[in-house]
Design a protein around this ligand. Structure first.
Ligand code: IMP
Ligand code: MG
Length: 177
C-alpha cells in the first residue's frame, strides 16, 4: 500500500491543530463532538494535546455503506451529551463531498450550542458539493481512496497508524469481506 502520510507527519499535524485550537479557545472549556467511527483515532490523539477542559460527545453518521460509493446519510445521536450553550468542536475523519459535515452540523445547530466549529483530519481536494468549508483542516489530499488512522474500507484498516492509498488490487481482495 502506498503511504500518503506517515505516523510522524500525522503527529505533527495533530500538534498543529491543537495549537490552532489553543489560539482560538484559550482556556475556555470545549465539547468535542466526534463523528463515529472514522474520527475515533483523531479524537484520541487530539484530546490528549488539549489543555483546556474538554468534554467528549459521540455522534454516528454513516454514508458509505461498506464500500467506496456514497449512500444516504444516517445520523444516530443517542450518545450525544447535552450541548446547549456549549462551545462545540465537531471533528470528522475526512471532508469528501462535505455532505456529512454539513448535515451533522445542522443536527447539532438544532441543539442550540453557544458556538460550533468544525475540524477534519483530511480534506479531499476538488470533491466538495457544498458551500461550507471546515474551519480547520489537518491535511489536504488528492482525490484518492485512503484508509488508516480511523478511515476504513468495508470497516477494515482503521487501525493502521498511517494513511495509505488503497489500490485496485486491495479492493478486489476484499470483495468477499
Ligand atoms: P462526505 O459526506 O462525502 O464528505 O463523506 C465523508 C465520509 O465519507 C467520511 O466520514 C468517511 O467515512 C467517508 N469517506 C470519504 N472518503 C473516504 C476515503 O477516501 N476513505 C475512507 N472513507 C472515506
Ligand atoms: Mg467511513
Amino acid at each position: 500500500m502506498k503511504i500518503l502520510l506517515n505516523e510522524q507527519q500525522i503527529g505533527l499535524g495533530i500538534d498543529r491543530l491543537a495549537a490552532q485550537l489553543k489560539l482560538h479557545y484559550h482556556d475556555n472549556p470545549i465539547t468535542v463532538v466526534a463523528i463515529m467511527t472514522g474520527s475515533l483515532v483523531m479524537l484520541a490523539d487530539l484530546i490528549r494535546r488539549l489543555e483546556m477542559p474538554v468534554c467528549i460527545s459521540l455522534i454516528q453518521a454513516s454514508s458509505y455503506r461498506g464500500g467506496t460509493k456514497s449512500g444516504d446519510l444516517v445520523i444516530q445521536d443517542r450518545m450525544m451529551l447535552d450541548i446547549t450553550d456549549r462551545d462545540v468542536l465537531l471533528i470528522d475523519d475526512i471532508f469528501d463531498t462535505g455532505k456529512t459535515l454539513v448535515q451533522v452540523t445542522q443536527r447539532l445547530t438544532a441543539m442550540k450550542p453557544k458556538s460550533i466549529r468544525t475540524a477534519v483530519f483530511l480534506n479531499k481536494l476538488g470533491q466538495s458539493v457544498v458551500t461550507a468549508i471546515p474551519d480547520y483542516v489537518v491535511f489536504e489530499i488528492p482525490n484518492e481512496f485512503v484508509v488508516g488512522y480511523g478511515l476504513d474500507y468495508q470497516d477494515l484498516y482503521r487501525n493502521l497508524p498511517f494513511v495509505g492509498v488503497l489500490e485496485d488490487s486491495d479492493l478486489k481482495n476484499h470483495s468477499s469481506v
